[in-house]
Design a protein around this ligand. Sequence first.
Ligand code: IPM
Ligand code: MG
Length: 331
Amino acid sequence: MASNRKIMVLPGDGIGTEIMAANMKIIDWLAKHRSIDFDMQEGLVGGAAYDAHGTPLTDETLADSIASDAVLFGAVGGPAYDDLAFELKPERGLLALRKEMDLFANLRPAIVFPSLVEASTLKPDVVSGLDIMILRELCGGSYFAEPRGIDDLADGTVMHSGILWRQVMTALHAAEGEGVELGHMYADNCAMQLVRNPKQFDVIVTDNLFGDLLSDCAAMLTGSLGMLPSASLGAPDPETGLPKAMYEPVHGSAPDIAGKGIANPLAQFMSFAMLLRYSFDQGAEADLLEAAVDKALQSTRTGDIMTPGCTETGTDGMTAAVLDAMDRLAR
Ligand code: IPM
Ligand code: MG
């Protein structure tokens, strides 16, 4: 019987292809041990699509992505594409997917696993137990705003979007935020507070550009940029109730370590766990995968999160450790 869970797989560039190959082993495990099978289709995006088709996202790949239940994304970009025209750069493929699929809500959970407290560059008591959800607006702001370009504003005004942001959040809070404490912060202060006392935040709701910066900052609290997953969601479909969705690690294509087999696949795995949870309502499997990541981390590490006493390994070794933990936890 054909699966009704359609996943569009877009590995992209750099370490994207390596961590996606690792993710496929998790998917194989679920097929074998949980009889969950997905209808998978793979496509090119970013530099890989440019090399093959002269554009970072073909109309066909976009249409297939829109028609899927979820897009599983790796990473795009690399120095080979630095001199391309703006519209041809690998990142444009990613931004076009976000915009065309109207994935306006980007969820970036920054969670410190107990075993990784020592891997953070911050003091253990500052980060232990940290659990922040960054909610980044993903289809507007400086990334997409019109008119574009460099212009003199006749009246010299700036930052009006910040005022709108406050008004909307305050009204939303009044209407739906009972029991939730709402505060406003400038983004520069928020960046400072994130490294001073990150546990003061439960959720940070922020615009596209600031969300990009603040989520990288929050990622380092968790030990490594290699640990942050994300879900980009649109409005729920009126028939199925499910949102259009794309899942991707926050870290990017890491050209400096691409092809070496040492990339940390965990943010990719946890992005896939978010896919299971948000797109297919498979919370039990998502929990299992996240618990396996936690368990694997207790003894096995990639270089970016290595701490003394653990065994250092590469992408394959880390993946094997997670699969082994899944075996053991599933017993
Ligand atoms: C991210 C990335 C992207 C962004 C780039 C690759 C366009 O940094 O997802 O955080 O700026 O949104
Ligand atoms: Mg970013």
